[in-house]
Design a protein around this ligand. Sequence first.
Ligand code: HEM
Length: 358
Amino acid sequence: MNVKEWLNRFLEERLPVKEMKDLSAHKLVPEHKQAVWYYFGGISLFFFIILVFTGMVLLFQYQPGLESSHASVLRIVTKVDFGWLIRSVHSWAANLMLVAVFIHMFSVYFMKAYQKPRELTWFTGLGLLGLGLGFGFTGYCLVWDDMAFFATKIGIDIVEGIPGGSYVAHILRGGPDMGGLTIQRMFALHVVIIPWIFIGLLSAHLFFLQIHGNKIPEEIEKSGQYHKIPFFPNFLLSDLYVWLIMLNLLAVLAALFPWHLGAEADALAPAPKGVKPEWYFMAMFQLLKLMPSQVAGISGELFGNMVFGVAGLFWALVPVWNPATASGRRAKLATYVGLFGIVWLIGFTIWGYMAHPV
Ligand code: HEM
């Protein structure tokens, strides 16, 4: 018996190999003119895997602490072999993952893939988006350079303005002011708490997908202009092909545009000019900036946060107000809401950058 046969027998006697093979042989993926959007969930997953590996490598050198955070990142990018590259890949992958997640969210929204029976896939996806933003926020602070310090400070101050938010802000900061405990807590969130919840939610997300398969957009299903291809090996191979393109994109960006590292944060210094959050918070930040100091007897910032709360809830509950059985008018409303969401997100992000030049 050669090694291959021995290994096959070893596994077959211990695991349901035949059932697993049958399962993968029966999993089919629809192929049609809009199928390109099916790749974005996988692209998000690819960047997440890169983040886990590069994050683990960074952990060998990064030292959280008021005195050590910035110094250790500086050492990583100047002294450690390929440290600058690992850090650059990690930062670029984080940003590219969020770009992919936003595209994925809007594409499943317009395909109405949130409708029955996929509501749980939608809700777990929203959780992943929230955690993805949490990864970005907590990770940005770990570098402890001047931009990151003040952007984190502004972010936590915004949280403080929400009713009940002062407790959350206090927990995040580890006291009334930002300092060593803030780094410690952001670090705990970034490398332990958020990743564990993220992996749990991601497993549920992919499990639901496995059960329901990919949604075929209504018009395409009605027209019958689609066919199904096996997930294994056909779709998996094209998925891997897309991952390879993403790996190239990541390598080029990380090598040609190494991630910036500013001067060490000084809590007593005035905020640097043009301080602003990361791009994925820019639209929200810009909207809050536009608020007058008072609206309808409450602070403008609180009003702005209430608008986000209501709009976010409306967005999250789309499977409820636009179920598969809804009228054509509801479906149209959902399309307009989606278009408005994209225009607002892109428009306010660009506006935010123009209003806060470096
Ligand atoms: C890091 C975050 C995420 C990862 C890694 C991920 C991963 C995936 C993957 C691999 C798929 C299957 C391929 C596809 O249809 O694209 C998928 C499907 C899906 N995802 Fe996500 N996802 C994430 C975030 C989200 C978000 C933010 C939402 C929406 C709020 C969402 C909602 C969905 C839905 C509804 C489907 C089913 C699509 C269908 O049936 O065709 N996901 N996800």
